[in-house]
Design a protein around this ligand. Structure first.
Ligand SMILES: [Cu+2]
Length: 161
């Protein structure tokens, strides 16, 4: 009888574990799909020396189609180049970001945009900007990169007309 009870407890615990795993996967699925969180869509390799010389990834903001912006960003200790990005009525922003030196992290506070930036790689991330996003958003480096890490920030200005 005691053995039967122990077996029953085993099944109960297996059931609890399966229920927990299912719950975590459902939450993960919800966050990635409904909230638009995503992993970097691609990472293209590049030569850091060419990035430093400015031969690859000229920093700046370009409207490639109505409402579609391409933002080229360079990270270096301890600045984002450019550190001010302005877009008008954006539908989608395509970020292409690389680092000149060490690992940095690009995060726009209050948005799902958050990814790591590695030297030697161009991270390309697309963000479909919800219509209610308007105003000035702070972007920061969220990977500790040295003494001036806390001064590494910039602003994304979203204008609606
Ligand atoms: Cu940093």
């Amino acid at each position: 009888m005691a053995e039967k009870n122990e077996l029953m407890q085993e099944y109960i615990w297996i059931g609890i574990i399966i229920a927990m795993l299912t719950t975590f996967l459902v939450i993960l699925g919800y966050v990635s799909e409904a909230k638009g969180f995503d992993t970097p869509s691609s990472a293209v390799t590049c030569d850091v020396r060419q990035v430093r010389k400015g031969e690859i990834l000229t920093p700046g903001v370009k409207e490639v189609a109505p409402g579609i912006y391409e933002v080229n960003l360079k990270a270096r200790m301890w600045a984002w180049i450019p550190n001010s990005i302005e877009v008008v009525n954006p539908k989608k922003i395509i970020f292409k970001v690389t680092s000149e030196d060490v690992v940095h992290g690009f995060q726009i506070v209050g948005t799902p945009v958050n990814f790591m930036v590695f030297p030697g790689y161009i991270a390309e991330i697309q963000w479909e900007v919800p219509e209610d996003f308007e105003g000035t958003y702070l972007f920061v480096c969220n990977e500790y990169c040295g003494l001036g890490h806390d001064t590494m920030w910039g602003q994304l200005i979203i204008k609606r007309e």
